[in-house]
Design a protein around this ligand. Structure first.
Ligand SMILES: *[C@@H]1O[C@H](CO)[C@@H](O)[C@H](O)[C@H]1NC(C)=O
Length: 325
């Protein structure tokens, strides 16, 4: 009798344990305690931005193993942007620009909608020569920039966690590398959950279908956007790459890649930091177009809107800014 009740007790305990276990397992599958109010998007939707959907055609898995970069520049371009790639390699993307600070750059390419074997062959050659191109098999288009951005996040999280910072920067940008390095050094220990750029904090969705940034209510029903950094160029601590990648499981893909990153940051509870000087009066990530003037450019991290030829032309003069501004 006693033996039997002890046996019963044991069974009850085991059962209770099992139920608790199943309950918690179920709970953590369905509700993630760290993201209150967020539920995962459907499998079909997630497939669009999931890294496991796409394959590498070209990859550089070892660039961050050879050296621990302070900063890795991730530059979205298309197959045909060879001239822009050359200009960047000769200007702000060149090796050894800041003595003692390791900075790498990588161009990120998709595939053209209609395959172009000649251009593809050129790209393969260029990749062999410079070792700075990664290519994946999604269709390279304006609407697919969100996919490209998420592949950048995934790449940094997978292959370059050793870097302190990563920067997503468009090819038509002027980048003042020295100023950026000084600025980041000045940020001290803020190497976690850190993202900075030109912060847009009060944007609302455009519902007018001819607007360049149009978004339907089906895709995005809310009437406001969380703060986000302009997609032209932004810098983040590399820990965020994996976190943003993870957060995308909760955010329906939209074709506005910078807003999309903002929505992922919102899931994570991370606020982008505005990079300014003079009591917030000067935006260091200049997203307006500015006429080139050596000493004005010396006080910005980026300036927007540069054709490759013009970038090369001003670069030589800009080198004088170190001692002449
Ligand atoms: C985006 O990329 C996917 C995957 O390659 C492709 O199926 C789709 O057609 C692309 N969309 C656009 C608008 O280019």
């Amino acid at each position: 009798m006693r033996k039997r009740s002890r046996f019963k007790l044991f069974t009850y305990l085991a059962l209770a344990g099992l139920i608790t276990l199943v309950f918690f397992a179920f709970n953590s599958l369905v509700f993630d305690p760290s993201v209150p109010g967020n539920s995962p998007i459907s499998k079909e939707l997630y497939k669009v931005i999931s890294p496991s959907t796409y394959r590498f055609i070209l990859n550089q898995p070892e660039v961050c193993e050879k050296k621990t970069p302070f900063l890795i520049l991730m530059i979205p371009v298309t197959l045909k942007d060879a001239e822009a790639r050359t200009a960047i390699r000769r200007t702000w993307g060149q090796d050894g620009l800041v003595p003692g600070v390791s900075i790498l750059h990588l161009f990120v390419v998709g595939q053209p909608a209609r395959s172009d074997p000649v251009l593809q062959e050129h790209l393969q050659k260029e990749s062999k020569e410079h070792g700075d191109i990664i290519q994946m098999d999604f269709v390279d288009s304006y609407q697919n920039l969100t996919i490209k951005t998420m592949m950048i996040m995934n790449w940094v999280a997978t292959y370059c966690q050793s870097a302190w910072y990563a920067m997503k920067i468009d090819a038509d940008i002027f980048l003042n590398v020295h100023y950026l390095v000084d600025y980041l050094h000045g940020q001290g220990e803020s190497r976690k959950d850190y993202i900075t750029g030109s912060v847009i904090s009060d944007a609302i969705p455009h519902r007018d279908s001819i607007n360049k940034w149009y978004i339907s209510e089906d895709l995005y029903p809310k009437s406001w956007y969380p703060p986000y950094v302009s997609g032209a160029a932004y810098v983040f601590s590399t820990d965020l790459a994996g976190k943003i990648s993870w957060a995308s499981r909760f955010v329906q893909p939209i074709p506005l890649e910078d807003v999309y990153v903002g929505l992922c940051l919102d899931v994570l509870g991370v606020k982008p930091v505005y990079a300014t000087q003079f009591l917030g009066l000067r935006n260091l990530f200049e997203v307006r177009r500015l006429k080139y003037e050596r000493c004005t450019f010396a006080t910005r991290i980026i300036v927007n809107g540069f054709k490759p030829k013009y970038l090369i032309r001003i670069w030589h003069d800009f080198q004088k800014s170190h001692f002449a501004c």
